[in-house]
Design a protein around this ligand. Structure first.
Ligand SMILES: [Zn+2]
Length: 257
């Protein structure tokens, strides 16, 4: 007899599977990221088709068959309507789901990561800075997965980095940080101002994402930290998420109004 269980989750991705069916990748708090089959999505506007869209938080049941797992009886918890209504936010939210889908191992419960993603979407829903939310997501997720470098002390001399006016960060995946006296050279190193370093320390620990003070300069700074985080993450996680493409697309979107 087929086994069944009930759970909730956030739909990260959906793709075609065979003629009439689709598959979804769903992040759940208790069972990690699941890949499930959904039926009857072929006709437009079926209930299953609408509820299994990416960015929906849903409750559902899973029927475990011999060869596959089927999602049944979905019920909507939340659909993040404000995010969907804004092209820039929607692109950011979908990129965030793509990142989580690629970075989290399948079927390994990561309840903290589940709540982190929902916190990020909540922040986008209420209108927080996109650059800040994405930057926070990248660094916070690295921290939750155990890949964040030790931000407290210089990896060369051991001095406390909070005292340093400039902090050097290695983006090649070595996880090295240097104080201003030890310095660094080469294209893998970037220099963080004291303010950038403090924001990074705040992002790694804060939950939910801290609001960004208004202004183009703060926005630009958050975007720079987000890009560095993505470069670093792509080298440590050995997984190209296409985020640098995402930023290029987003910039094009902004320029075209
Ligand atoms: Zn040092």
């Amino acid at each position: 007899m087929a086994q069944e269980f009930a759970t909730e989750g956030l739909v990260l991705r959906r793709w075609q599977s065979g003629e009439a069916d689709k598959r979804v990748s769903v992040l759940t708090p208790d069972r990690g990221r699941l890949s499930l089959q959904v039926r009857g999505t072929q006709k437009a506007k079926t209930r299953m088709g609408m509820l299994s869209e990416p960015l929906n938080q849903i409750r559902f049941r899973v029927v475990e068959g011999k060869a596959r797992r089927l999602m049944v009886q979905p019920e909507l918890v939340r659909s993040f309507v404000a995010v969907r209504a804004d092209l820039e936010r929607l692109s950011g939210a979908l990129a965030l789901c793509e990142l989580v889908d690629r970075w989290l191992a399948s079927e390994q419960p990561e309840p903290d990561a589940y709540h982190m993603v929902l916190n990020a979407l909540n922040a986008l829903e209420r209108g927080d800075s996109l650059a800040c939310v994405l930057g926070w997501t990248v660094w916070r997720l690295l921290s939750l997965l155990g890949y964040c470098p030790d931000l407290r002390s210089c990896s060369a001399c051991g001095s406390a980095l909070g005292e340093s006016d400039t902090v050097w960060l290695n983006l090649s995946g070595e996880g090295a940080l240097h104080c201003v006296r030890c310095g660094a050279s080469g294209s893998d190193w970037v220099a963080l101002t004291k303010a950038q370093y403090q924001r990074l320390c705040e992002w790694v620990q804060a939950e939910p994402p801290p609001p960004l003070s208004a202004g183009a300069a703060a926005e630009e700074e958050a975007e720079r930290l987000a890009r560095w985080g993505i470069r670093y993450a792509e080298s440590v996680l050995d997984s190209s998420v296409g985020w640098l493409d995402f930023w290029a697309r987003l910039s094009a979107l902004r320029e075209n109004g």
